[in-house]
Design a protein around this ligand. Structure first.
Ligand SMILES: Nc1nc2c(ncn2[C@@H]2O[C@H](COP(=O)(O)OP(=O)(O)OP(=O)(O)O)[C@@H](O)[C@H]2O)c(=O)[nH]1
Ligand SMILES: [Mg+2]
Length: 455
């Protein structure tokens, strides 16, 4: 490609989702979006991927007085060959800059060679009032694509298509709130048809985006492995002079222990958000309905494994590898049905106890004592940590950057996700979780690779 930069100006009526489209495609949640018409007042450029290998999107203010602007242009260009020159004159004209600031700002990138992405709302009917702005865009002479954003419904999409196809080379439907990653890539692939000299470059962009997504997934598995390892091994301890002091300090240790654990989990959530460039969400983390408190044990069966499943896992961990373990982890009926049911009794016997942690006071060789709180011994705990993280991962990795509402938390799917793993991976996961609660060192890389299968 020559040195020409690959740039697209996102233009249209006010309040039709221009900034939302820029936000989602550039994965930038700092871009101002609101129900108020006229939110964007300046043309701002955002990069998708880096400067050299990516492309640029320019968010612009909406058309305010397209009829007047068209009249001005028509007074300058009486024949077609003069039209793009008239648009350039309009942008450069000081009087126009004062009278039509929004149109000047939105047309300037086109004069500078940006391709056009014209955004309309497919839930509102088409009307001739849009024709002046489409005509102006056509006069710029730049390659153009129309994007129908079905803001509230797709009721008027067909009508829009009929009208837009007369003005634009390409017409696509694109919903910046709902378009998943593949839809976003499809759109960039459609951009390749706009300007032949950009097409190779844009193909590389989609390849890079795909690769980045894989890297992000891998990062998540590392963040989670570190988290589950840290939380399962953590212990709060302090030297004390005698057993009385140890008893007094116990509640303090307990409090410190819980607050460290909760802070550590939150840290991992923040890493997850940053990994997907959700920085605004990150800042407002306290206001989001994140998964309920890590130590809300009532929720544990929801986040981790159910009682029945735990019983089966314990049996698997205890059993020598063989037919009975294979039977228990087999297929989608994983941990369900008669086999699991029959051993439920013994499961509640060991799990029923409310005691989650070990509290110890031990004598030290050089005199004095050490009081400690933790580590967590509960067999469900590693699964709870994994379940909560995976749940948030699903929400965040699918969250478009134009979406600004709180996260919607549903039930964890951990149990089904685990059952969809291959038998051996299931076993590896259960064995690693067993090691963690027994405070045995785990093979970090092996667990990370197994966890990656759950993302
Ligand atoms: N439900 C839904 N709402 C959308 C969609 N696209 C945009 N919106 C909402 O429509 C409103 C306007 O979106 P913006 O992206 O700010 O629109 P804009 O064209 O940049 O607006 P101006 O900057 O004012 O010209 C916001 O409240 C968005 O949340 C969509 O696909 N679905
Ligand atoms: Mg805007």
């Amino acid at each position: 490609m020559n040195n020409e930069r690959v740039r697209f100006a996102v233009v249209g009526h006010p309040n039709k989702g221009k900034s939302s489209i820029v936000s989602t495609l550039s994965q930038d949640d700092s871009i101002g979006i609101s129900t108020r018409s006229g939110t964007t007042t300046e043309a701002e450029e955002y990069g998708v991927e880096d400067e050299r290998s990516g492309y640029r999107l320019i968010d612009t203010p909406g058309f305010q007085r397209p009829h007047k602007v068209l009249q001005w242009l028509q007074s300058r260009a009486t024949t077609a060959e003069l039209r793009s020159k008239a648009v350039a004159e309009f942008v450069a004209d000081e009087d126009c800059q004062k009278r039509f600031p929004d149109e000047v700002k939105l047309l300037k990138p086109l004069v500078e060679g940006a391709a056009i992405l014209y955004v309309v709302d497919g839930s509102r009917p088409y009307g001739s009032e849009y024709e002046a702005e489409m005509e102006i865009l056509r006069w710029s002479g730049q390659p153009s694509m129309a994007l129908i954003n079905p803001i509230e419904s797709d009721e008027h999409v067909e009508g829009w298509k009929n009208a837009l196809e007369q003005y634009f080379k390409l017409v696509r439907i694109f919903n910046p709130m709902a378009a998943d990653f593949d839809k976003q890539l499809e759109l960039i692939e459609a951009f390749t048809h706009l300007k032949p000299q950009w097409s190779e470059h844009l193909k590389r962009v989609t390849e890079n985006l795909r690769q980045r997504r894989e890297t992000q997934k891998h990062n998540c598995s590392v963040i989670l492995t570190r988290l589950v390892d840290d939380l399962c091994f953590y212990q709060q301890s302090q030297k004390v002079l005698d057993e009385t002091q140890a008893t007094i300090i116990q509640p303090v240790l307990e409090k410190q222990y819980f607050s460290w654990m909760i802070k550590r989990e939150k840290e991992a959530f923040q890493e997850l958000l940053a990994n997907y460039q959700h920085f605004q969400t990150n800042l407002e983390v306290a206001e989001l309905s994140l998964p309920p408190d890590l130590f809300d044990c009532e929720q544990w069966y929801m986040w981790g494994l159910s009682k029945t499943q735990l019983a089966v896992v314990t049996t698997i961990a205890g059993a020598a590898a063989g037919a009975s373990a294979d039977l228990l982890v087999a297929g989608s009926s994983f941990m369900m049905g008669a086999v699991a049911g029959s051993i439920l009794g013994f499961s509640s016997a060991w799990f029923g106890a409310d005691k989650l942690l070990t509290t110890k006071v031990k004598g030290l060789p050089l005199g004095g004592y050490e009081a400690s709180y933790g580590p967590m011994k509960n067999k469900n705990f590693p699964y709870v940590v994994i379940g909560r993280f995976l749940h948030l991962y699903q929400q965040i990795s699918e969250r478009n950057h134009a979406v600004r509402e709180s996260l919607d938390i549903q039930n964890s799917e951990l149990q089904n996700q685990i059952s969809s793993l291959e038998k051996n991976s299931q076993k590896e996961l259960h064995s690693a979780c067993g090691q963690l609660v027994r405070q045995n060192k785990i093979d970090f890389d092996k667990l990370q690779k197994t966890l990656l299968l759950l993302f």
